[in-house]
Design a protein around this ligand. Structure first.
Ligand SMILES: [Zn+2]
Length: 390
């Protein structure tokens, strides 16, 4: 009787700070575990906004968070990993791939035949942890499986590669290292700072996925977006140069290889930016990205979001919730945030806000984008700002 009461109290204690779903997971394990950290994954939010240690905002989508859930659940099932080990694995996958399952058609054409979130062709690595078949991490088929990569990363005596290449559990004293150094030790990379930068994001993921989902990220909140009438280029014809494209590049700030999620279109400060399709503004703000506008569209029946970045604070002419037309003048080119000169950083996310990006310029071309003349569909009042921009 007394024992029963004690059990009940422990259960109530577990339910208190977490959701029913998380608690259900806690029920399954020994009761003692549920009062400490739980690695049971609850509902996966559609998106999560977090900030790196150097202050760069990051928006993770459902696909990335689903991979994070795989990493957490895999780690939870391996004795000795625990929350500390899972945090290190998240730091490593964020640093290596931004939590994307990347194929590599340059080195391994067959990798494109497996489910993936994009292609990174100029390395000979694959997937979430950018593991190299040539270094003995696994076959292409094995490494295109997120759960296999997670198991290989954790390693240990029951890991798929024991004793080499070494996983986290094979690194002596990993528990005493800071997460960035431990992640670096597994990945054998020369840039520990790069890993440390992602620690706050890994923490945010752990909190969001193992605690109640709180609606996460910015949501337009507004249901259906009607099919677009057309797709247009976001800058006037002849006004811009595509200076950098989607994919791996050397980060202009850190000098390190990073995945660039958008297309950079260099244009004079103040050049008008047009919505690429009819849609609804989900985000219009000035923050860590500098100016940021996100618009949700329906194109050929599919949800897609367009991101416009680096505008000045006074160069944004739309607000969240507003409906816009393709070709509408929504903002002006600026150079705010992490920018080295006036340009539009354009991202296209099939599936909607927070989903993995694709090459924006290619997407526009594939969807029959027409040049915008800047005269049609411009909302009244927008043009008053032209000419006065920096
Ligand atoms: Zn960019």
């Amino acid at each position: 009787m007394a024992k029963k009461l004690l059990v009940l109290l422990l259960v109530l204690f577990c339910i208190g700070p977490s959701t029913a779903l998380v608690s259900l997971g806690a029920f399954a394990g020994p009761l003692g575990f549920c009062v400490t950290d739980s690695l049971t994954v609850g509902p996966i939010p559609d998106s999560l906004t977090a900030t790196t240690a150097d202050g760069t905002p990051v928006v993770l989508g459902k696909q990335q968070l689903t991979h994070a859930a795989t990493i957490i659940t895999t780690g939870a099932g391996i004795p000795g990993v625990g929350e500390a080990g899972v945090r290190i694995a998240l730091v490593a996958a964020l640093t290596e791939s931004r939590l994307l399952m990347l194929s590599n058609t340059g080195a391994y054409p067959e990798s494109a035949g497996f489910p993936n979130d994009g292609d990174a062709s100029d390395h000979d690595s694959l997937g979430l942890f950018q593991m190299r078949p040539a270094a003995g991490w696994g076959t292409v088929a094995e490494l295109m499986n997120p759960a296999y990569q997670a198991k290989a990363f954790y390693g240990g005596k029951d890991g798929p590669n024991y004793p080499s290449p070494r996983g986290l559990l094979d690194i002596p004293g990993w528990q005493q290292m800071d997460p960035g150094s431990a992640a670096q030790a597994v990945e054998v990379s020369a840039f520990p700072e790069r890993y440390r930068n992602w620690q706050p994001v890994a923490d945010a993921i752990l909190t969001a996925l193992t605690k109640p989902a709180s609606g996460g990220g910015h949501n337009s909140g507004g249901g259906e977006v009607p099919e677009t009438s057309r797709v247009v280029f976001p800058l006037p014809a002849g006004s811009y140069n595509a200076t950098d494209s989607f994919g791996w590049r050397t980060d202009p700030f850190t000098g390190e290889s990073e995945f660039h999620s958008g297309s950079d279109l260099a244009a004079p400060d103040g050049t008008p930016i047009y919505a690429v399709a009819d849609g609804r503004v989900a985000v219009a703000e000035f923050g860590g990205w500098g100016g940021l506008v996100i618009i949700e569209h329906t194109v050929k029946g599919a949800r897609v979001a367009s991101y416009y970045v680096h505008m000045w604070r006074d160069g944004i002419y739309v607000t969240a919730g507003e409906t816009v037309a393709a070709g509408q003048h929504i903002a002006d080119v600026g150079s705010s945030g992490r920018s080295t000169g006036p340009h539009l950083h354009l991202e296209i996310h099939p599936g909607g806000q927070g989903q993995p990006p694709v090459n924006a310029v290619e997407w526009l071309t594939q969807h029959g984008a027409v040049p915008s003349d800047g005269t049609s569909m411009t909302a009244p009042g927008c043009r008053a700002n032209l000419g006065g921009q920096r």
